[in-house]
Design a protein. Structure first.
Length: 209
């Protein structure tokens, strides 16, 4: 069953308050999203496997722990998920980055893939899917389905702001995927926006309307 982790660190909560503020401009918004993603990545990667290595310090030989096992892939859901990538790469610079672009056909309501470029060894990597907003959960669930079809096995989802409805939708569709969020908000409104939320993350990141 999916594990849902709310990362309620004081620094994250402080920065989320600034992100929510409608008066925060695109430049500051981008920087804050990047910073929160970096802080969240610390918790999302807490259980990465380690192995023991022997190194030579300036004083003597010693045994230390380093990352082992699977390597990491960061996969943003276009376009807003891009805003979280650089913050994560600051902590995990060796990670490879894939990209998934989806939209929902208005007639069939089925997901349509318009872009998907993933590392060739995606099945051998710990995959972290990024999207600032987890609203209805449709895009995230569809992106995870696409990743599984391409061979990904160990997937976790990382979002800044979430709605209970979106969390439940992803858990129902993918009970094997753990979810990490900065905040679980009240609900979705009649237009599918998270309340209180932060508006449209893509528009605020890139200064579009």
């Amino acid at each position: 069953m999916s594990k849902v982790t709310q990362i309620a660190h004081p620094l994250i909560l402080h920065k989320l308050a600034l992100i929510r503020d409608k008066n925060t401009g695109s430049k500051d918004f981008r920087e804050l999203v990047e910073e929160v993603a970096m802080l969240m990545a610390y918790e999302v990667t807490r259980d990465l496997q380690l192995h023991e290595v022997e190194i030579q310090t300036p004083i003597c030989t010693t045994k230390c722990k380093m990352l082992a096992g699977k390597k990491v892939a960061i996969v943003p859901i276009l376009r807003a998920g891009l805003g979280m990538v650089d913050g994560m790469l600051k902590l995990i610079p060796a990670a490879k980055v894939g990209h998934i672009g989806l939209y929902r056909d208005e007639k069939t309501l089925k997901p349509v893939e318009y872009f998907c470029k993933l590392p060739q060894d995606i099945g051998e990597r710990d995959v972290i899917v990024t999207d600032p907003m987890l609203a209805t959960g449709g895009s995230a669930a569809d992106a995870i389905t696409l990743l599984k079809k391409r061979g990904a096995k160990n997937i976790r989802l990382m979002c800044l702001i979430s709605a209970p409805e979106g969390i439940q939708a992803v858990m129902d569709a993918h009970p094997d995927v753990d979810i990490y969020v900065g905040s679980i908000d009240e609900k979705l409104d009649e237009n599918g926006y998270i309340v209180p939320g932060l508006g449209d993350a893509g528009d605020r990141l890139f200064g579009t309307k």
